[in-house]
Design a protein around this ligand. Structure first.
Ligand SMILES: [Zn+2]
Length: 448
């Protein structure tokens, strides 16, 4: 009997220790402004256009995640970033500090670094924007871009890539010099826009890196030409440079999903989600090599735009596949029209019809029953009004959303919960109904 008891305890201990895995490589993906609607619209589009399902939607562990900040049910990116990074609620606009704007919070990235891990931060947004800054910055206001840039340089993190610094409040040369110069002095290898080749050629052991892939936030995935750097490329390079025997924490943000959510530009928005998913796929390939040591977590910081699948005019139907006709973001279309008007002051709505057909697939004649991209009178009027009011892209993206059956309720954030998914060592912690602060808390507990 005693023997049996001993054996049972022994087996139980074995099972427990075998079940408790601690990751050495943590990769956290954040879609800014990405909740379930954004993930589902992108997934349906991807499936219908032959790209297959979204990898991030099909990780084995799922948690519905509450996003409210300390002072509002509708969070901004600063409070949400701070919650995900540091595990504490703060007020909207604060970065890495408590609601009073003073108490300094420790991010999971800083905690990992203390433990001897390497740290990487990537975003398609400017690199000192709210979400990435929440992992290294400590300021009462997210608008303190220059100060957050100083925090980035002081962090000593190993790898930064994405949109270059916002140096809005730089000041004079003596008191507040150029952030890139300061970073160089602190030992960072700086690569600027146009240096993609040099960036891709970086090898492990090259030291601390800061790659500004574009001067401001990165061009839209929908607009990027072949020379543009992708989020997946920055993720692959990060995994290569950060890999080391002690471990690493790597945060990758699809920061510009939010930009096209605010703009209610469905095609622009979903292409950003797909670009993030390509980055997740790159991480999954890495995890195939180190399955017992890698943890991948994907989440969003809040929903943007009040996106819905179906709207008042579409009834019980959606046509996501029609979004493939949109060849550029509404923002880029605005620029295109502005340029045409500059060249020819007489450039008219009639003249722009050809561009609307080329870039949005809209047809100005034909039978809508035979061709769904044929416009009705109301839609043509909306496009014409948009042209007259100097908001041609705005009108085009609105008609496009109607054609696809996508509704929008807001130009701002909403309080919808987001989805957190996970795979790998410790992934079983990310289940049920959790708070965004739980993400940092759970990650910190997994770092040994
Ligand atoms: Zn955000």
């Amino acid at each position: 009997m005693k023997k049996l008891l001993f054996l049972t305890v022994f087996v139980c201990c074995l099972v427990l220790s075998a079940g408790e895995k601690f990751p050495k490589y943590i990769i956290l993906f954040i879609g800014d402004g990405m909740a379930s609607p954004q993930r589902m619209v992108a997934e349906e589009f991807a499936v219908k256009s032959g790209h297959g399902k979204l990898a991030m939607n099909h990780l084995p562990f799922h948690a519905t995640t509450r996003t409210a900040s300390a002072n509002s049910l509708v969070t901004d990116s600063a409070a949400a970033g701070t919650a995900i990074a540091c595990g504490e609620k703060t007020e909207n606009h604060r970065i890495g500090v408590g609601p009073d704007g003073k108490v300094r919070l420790e991010s999971v990235a800083e905690y990992a670094r203390k433990k001897g891990w390497k740290v990487g931060i990537v975003s398609t947004m400017v690199i000192n924007h709210a979400t990435p800054a929440s992992f290294y910055g400590h300021r009462p206001a997210r608008s303190q871009y220059y100060d957050l840039g100083l925090d980035l340089i002081d962090s000593g993190f190993d790898y930064f890539a994405g949109g270059g610094f916002n140096q809005k409040n730089k000041g004079d040369k003596e008191t507040r010099p150029d952030l890139y110069e300061l970073a160089r002095k602190k030992g960072y290898k700086i690569l600027m826009p146009g240096q993609k080749k040099e960036f891709l050629a970086l090898k492990p052991g090259c030291g601390k890196v800061l790659y500004a892939a574009s001067p401001g936030y990165m061009p839209a995935a929908l607009d990027t030409d072949a020379d543009g750097t992708t989020l997946a490329e920055m993720t692959v390079k990060g995994l290569e440079l950060l890999k080391n025997p002690k471990g690493f924490f790597f945060m990758v943000e699809g920061g510009t999903i939010d930009v096209y959510g605010h703009a209610n530009d469905a095609a622009g928005n979903l292409r950003e989600v797909l670009a993030l998913d390509e980055a997740v796929r790159a991480a999954l390939k890495f995890a195939e090599k180190y399955p017992d040591e890698t943890l991948i977590v994907t989440t969003g910081d809040h929903e943007t735009g009040g996106m819905s699948m179906g709207f008042a005019g579409s009834g019980y139907a959606m046509f996501m596949e029609r979004l493939k006709f949109q060849k550029m973001t509404a923002k880029k279309y605005d620029k295109l029209i502005a340029e045409a008007r500059k060249k020819d002051p007489k450039f008219s709505f009639e003249d722009s019809k050809k561009l609307l057909t080329e870039n949005f697939g809209f047809k100005f004649s034909g039978d809508v029953k035979k061709d769904p991209m044929v416009l009705d009178k109301k839609q043509i009027k909306a496009l014409e009004d948009g042209f007259k009011n100097n908001k041609p892209g705005n009108a085009a993206r609105m008609v496009m959303s109607q054609k696809a059956g996508i509704g929008w309720t807001s130009g701002a954030h909403t309080g919808l919960p987001v989805l957190t998914t996970a795979q790998g060592a410790g992934a079983e912690n990310f289940v049920g109904f959790i708070d965004n602060t739980d993400i940092a808390r759970k990650l910190k507990a997994l770092i040994r």
